[in-house]
Design a protein around this ligand. Structure first.
Ligand SMILES: C[S@@+](CC[C@H](N)C(=O)[O-])C[C@H]1O[C@@H](n2cnc3c(N)ncnc32)[C@H](O)[C@@H]1O
Length: 366
């Protein structure tokens, strides 16, 4: 396995851990909700068939509840109470779907409370494949997921972040990201009904690729080097670690439409990058609790990044080794972050896309 790269798993830490520590992604997703509401106001809800809403890259579902509640209410405002609404939560087969179903059933914010004629469903398949039949999706939502590459093109010397790779390696990642984004768009375009809308947001980056969390991730990289020095990790395992979730500048998301305004039959209706509030830093400014700040940053890193890095362990399926890796990395990172508390200036980059209406030009039934 020495020369093989870890697969770009992308899945988050299981047993509901992601749900508990993904407040940053929740804050970012909240910035994009007005775009979702505006997009739904413009959908053509022709016919009598159930309305289909898809949440691509749902993970364990807690961060999906607010957008799905909003989507259901906005659809209801358009079509009334009679038409059933199907909500599909899609993710990789290795996702923790037990946690997802638990969230949908038990979370206090679950969208089925007080909302009738709504049917949650789940799909365990990569979004780099078609996940629903042609022309069936009215509304698509994807938050903090479409920045995941489908394959890792190369190892990155000395780091796990493509941003820190030498130019030639970084260029290989750029090519992969570009091809994957075009594939993602083309597949979604097939699934969407004419007149449907798709709202996609990912962690944004500045033009030079920096994205706010790079300093935290440099500290995590240093913690990994310590683990190698201590014998907690082999040099081969470390060398295989690559994180394939790559924040991108807004211009990369709109690039296919700059070349072809009708790319894959989709039209770009809106694009915007928003600063994401640093809720952890805001709390630190109030209470001055450095430990709480370091703990929160390290937990965020653990649930979001560590599972993919653990894919490079010699025996990634060994639960003991995996847990020891997570724990040691989290502790090492937390210790380092304690020394230099700093705010994170992150962005979320979002696009709203419309599928062209059918040539027959039916009228809306709203
Ligand atoms: C950071 S989580 C985002 C979860 C949630 N949407 C949110 O806003 O918090 C990224 C999710 O994308 C999923 N993902 C990564 N690559 C994927 C792929 N090829 N197909 C489907 N889901 C994928 C991961 O499994 C993970 O659950």
């Amino acid at each position: 396995m020495t020369n093989q790269l870890a697969p770009p798993t992308g899945a988050m830490e299981g047993k509901g851990a992601y749900n508990r520590h993904a407040q940053h992604q929740a804050s970012g997703g909240a910035m994009v909700l007005p775009l979702l509401e505006g997009a739904i106001a413009a959908v053509s809800f022709d016919g009598e068939q159930p309305i289909v809403v898809v949440d691509y890259g749902a993970s364990q579902g807690r961060n999906s509840l607010a957008p799905m509640r909003l989507a259901i209410d906005a659809v209801r405002a358009r079509v009334g109470a009679r038409r059933p609404i199907l909500i599909y939560h899609e993710d990789l087969p290795i996702n923790d779907f037990n946690a997802l179903f638990d969230t949908l059933h038990n979370d206090p914010g679950r969208y089925v409370v007080d909302r009738t004629n709504v049917f949650p469903c789940a799909i365990g398949r990569s979004f780099y494949e078609q996940v629903l039949p042609d022309s069936t999706v009215d509304v698509g939502w994807s938050s903090y997921a479409a920045m995941w590459i489908s394959r890792v093109p190369m190892a990155i010397p000395g780091h796990f972040l493509p941003l820190r790779a030498p130019d030639a390696v970084r260029a290989a990642f750029e090519r992969q990201l570009e091809a994957d984004w075009e594939r993602f768009l083309s597949l979604r375009a097939r699934e969407m009904r004419p007149g449907g809308r798709l709202v996609v947001s990912i962690p944004g980056a500045n033009d030079d690729g920096t994205f706010g969390f790079d300093e935290v991730l440099d500290q995590a990289n240093a913690a990994l080097a310590e683990m190698v020095a201590e014998g907690a990790l082999t040099a081969d395992e470390r060398a295989r670690m690559v994180h394939g979730g790559v924040p991108r500048p807004l211009r990369d998301l709109v690039a296919p439409f700059a070349r072809d305004p009708n790319f894959a039959g989709l039209r770009l209706e809106h694009s915007e990058a928003f600063p994401v509030p640093d809720i952890v830093w805001n709390a630190f400014e109030k209470d001055g609790d450095r430990e709480a700040l370091a703990r929160a940053r390290a937990s965020f890193f653990r649930v979001t990044f560590a599972p993919t890095l653990a894919g490079a362990l010699e025996n990634p399926g060994d639960p003991e080794r995996r847990r020891a890796f997570f724990d040691r990395l989290e502790t090492g990172l937390q210790r380092r972050l304690l020394e230099a508390p700093a705010p994170v200036r992150a962005l979320i980059a979002a696009v709203v896309l419309a599928k062209s209406e059918a040539p027959s030009g039916k009228t809306q039934s709203a």
